[in-house]
Design a protein around this ligand. Structure first.
Ligand SMILES: [Zn+2]
Length: 316
């Protein structure tokens, strides 16, 4: 009996605390639950009302990549489709978001374009996406001696072989895996401090042939090791007349990295690669005016600025 009385008192106190939890608190302090009920007649929010689209960066120019983040959906399986300017984009999930990558064609007309998200429940969300104009500088280029020098015959050959190279690249692009092969951030293709010798996007006028430089050139002496920027599968390992010895890695969902003008290829088509695997040695083959590594990144077929890609998908 001696034990029972204090026990009963303790139980009463506990009951009182849970039944009247606000008692004894400062009456001026507004309880958190009260603040959320300012409009008692407002309809309770639908869970799908939280779905939204955001773009990183908010505006891009011709030849740049962007990342679309879809907030408020659990997984890509909640999504029926995502389109940019009417074209379907593959949706993926990573550590941070559910989203998609969009590559803006170098030749896309500047303006405002729609992104439309359709959920499995039929709901659609639309956002506008602005594409600005790229200022394109032009530089005169000589045809390298190894490709015949500055003769009209060499110029003709350059133009016709570029069309052949483009056809072959289109075939390679069509083989992209339907699932995401990459994991985590992309690394740079070379080790150590990098020097960019040629930026993306300017025009190289070679006689009557105008070529836009759709990649980034890094200084690399002949034989410098070149590494896979992320996990993937070798989609092409071979020789182009103009791009020289080339390795192309497919990272899935329309994302591919191109390593060009190599001296030696270390991987064959169909091989799986991990991020950081040695895939080649840099060189000076094809339409190249000196040893370097040319890197191109394609998203859904479009070659975009690799350095802008690394800002979005590179090491944080
Ligand atoms: Zn280049």
């Amino acid at each position: 009996m001696k034990i029972l009385l204090p026990f009963t008192l303790l139980m009463l106190l506990l009951v009182a605390y849970f039944v009247f939890p606000e008692q004894g608190k400062n009456p001026d302090a507004e309880p958190e639950s009260f603040a959320r009920q300012e409009e008692p007649n407002a309809p309770s929010p639908q869970p799908e009302a939280a779905v939204s689209l955001s773009l990183l960066p908010a505006a891009v120019i011709q030849g740049e990549p962007a990342r679309i983040a879809i907030q408020g959906v659990g997984s890509p399986s909640d999504i029926e489709s995502l389109t940019f300017d009417g074209k379907q984009l593959p949706v993926f999930a990573d550590a941070h978001t559910v989203g998609a990558l969009v590559g803006i064609d170098f030749h896309k007309k500047p303006g405002s374009y729609p992104i439309v998200l359709t959920l499995k429940n039929g709901r659609t969300i639309e956002e506008k996406f602005d594409i600005g104009e790229r200022l394109v500088a032009t530089e005169k280029f000589d045809i390298p001696e190894q490709l015949g020098g500055n003769t009209s015959e060499a110029e003709h050959k350059l133009s016709s072989s570029l069309a052949e190279d483009t056809t072959l690249i289109q075939r390679v692009l069509a083989t992209t895996a339907s699932e995401k092969l990459w994991e985590g951030p992309f690394r740079l293709p070379l080790d150590g401090a990098l020097t960019i010798t040629d930026v993306y996007g300017y025009k190289r006028q070679t006689g009557s042939v105008s070529l836009s430089h759709q990649g980034t050139d890094f200084r690399a002496s002949e034989g410098t090791p070149v590494y896979a920027m992320n996990q993937g599968r070798v989609a092409f390992s071979g020789t182009f007349r103009n791009y020289g010895e080339t390795v192309i890695i497919d990272h899935g969902l329309g994302l591919m990295t191109f390593y060009m003008h190599l001296s030696k290829r270390e991987k064959e088509k169909g091989e799986s690669v991990e991020k950081g695997d040695l895939i080649a040695k840099s060189g000076n083959t094809g339409y190249s005016l000196g040893p370097h590594l040319h890197l191109s990144v394609r998203i859904n077929g479009f070659s975009i600025d690799p350095m802008k890609f690394l800002e979005l998908m590179g090491p944080k």
